[in-house]
Design a protein around this ligand. Structure first.
Ligand code: FES
Length: 143
């Protein structure tokens, strides 16, 4: 990528972020080399359905649903086994952003690792894990 293209992309992302038009996860998804997949899925009853093909081994996909106040980080642990973490800080319920291999709360600075365990307080409780099941090539996240 040419320097001028990089600066244009970076400045556009920063301006949109400062204006509150995009979240950090969306910025990360367009940054070169940091592909973070965002999948928009509807909430039907208490289930969010995500095609298995949307999730890669060991890498988080961010699941965003109009019916949910928080994103979900979803990844495949092994064949047929998925982990879904609700990206809600367990301190005072602030939405979390992806940071490195884990998650960060911008309100008071709590950090969680990729398994949802607290790395830095003030939060003291791990992230909520949402049960997942499989049906016809889809992952069903039970919220
Ligand atoms: S709400 Fe996240 S650290 Fe306080």
């Amino acid at each position: 990528m040419k320097r001028s293209d990089f600066l244009k992309l970076s400045c556009t992302g920063c301006l949109l972020g400062a204006a509150g038009l995009v979240s950090l996860t969306e910025l990360l998804s367009c940054a070169p080399g940091t592909a973070l997949k965002i999948y928009k899925a509807p909430l039907a009853g208490k289930i969010i359905t995500v095609p298995e093909a949307e999730v890669m081994d060991g890498k988080f996909s961010i699941i965003r649903s109009k019916g949910m106040d928080y994103d979900i980080a979803l990844r495949r642990i092994e064949a047929g086994k998925y982990e879904a973490l609700l990206l809600r800080c367990t301190h005072f319920s602030n939405p979390l952003t992806v940071s490195g291999k884990g998650f960060y709360c911008s309100l008071h600075g709590s950090r969680f690792d990729e398994n949802g365990q607290v790395q830095n307080g003030p939060a003291s409780v791990p992230l909520t894990q949402l049960p997942c099941s499989l049906s016809g090539g889809n992952i069903l996240i039970h919220v």
